[in-house]
Design a protein around this ligand. Sequence first.
Ligand code: KIV
Length: 290
Amino acid sequence: MKITLTRLREMKIEQQPIVMTTAYDYPGGRLVDEAGVDMVLVGDSAGTNVLGHTSEVPTTMDEMVLLTRSVTRSCKNAFVVGDLPFLSYHVSDEDALRNAGRLIKDGGADAVKLEGAGVIASRARAISSSGIPVMGHLGLTPQTATALGGFRAQGRGWQQAVKLYDQALEMEDAGVFGLVLECVPEPVAAAITRRLTIPVIGIGSGAGTDGQVLVFHDLLGINSRTARFVRRYAELGDAIREGVEAYAKDVRERGFPQAEHTYPIAPEELSAFESALESRPAGDNALADW
Ligand code: KIV
């Protein structure tokens, strides 16, 4: 059953935890969808996790459309959120709407996500009032982490916590259907969650939110380093490295391929082929006995 906005709201009311992961490509989307997650975020964290950048900032709109399209092709049930990358919504409401529209029309996403409050609430309002579901993201906002003093927890002082709460209300009022709350102390995140009517999905924000999101490459152990809030549920990085090492060893030692990996040719076809070759010149550098 395809997860809808109504279902997400019901899950908050029923206090049924919402499960969200990131995915960045077709096989990743297929696997998390088959595993039964409720929401998939095609995060701009693709910048660090699959594109090799050192932050989310360089991720482009074109890259996000391509990645989102590949994930939405594979997700049959999960609700897919495409992330608006840095500077794709900061300059104007028009820009924000145009780029949100690309993730929906070209990327096939069910919704989009943006980071921040204040002027960003205006962007969220422009997007949601045009009928595109939009999700907010507060606390540690990776696109503007430099301005926040780096990748560090947010809302640890009471004034900062109150500011976060005010921002959450502002974004709810602007029409976001849900909120990601990143790296906020558990009691602060829980209080914000209780006071909002929209679902709040936490990352590094404790158990009191309506759901959790983790990055695919972190939870599956593909990344070698992960933040303290991550639990690794598999060590795929090790499994992949060991698999490729075993393959390389087999190729080098002529252990692969074997007969079962090849396609047969009838003896008469083979001998006709060999006879035909005899009348044809070999390449200049051909090995005599190859
Ligand atoms: O881009 C991303 O992966 C995110 C998550 C950290 C929520 O925004």
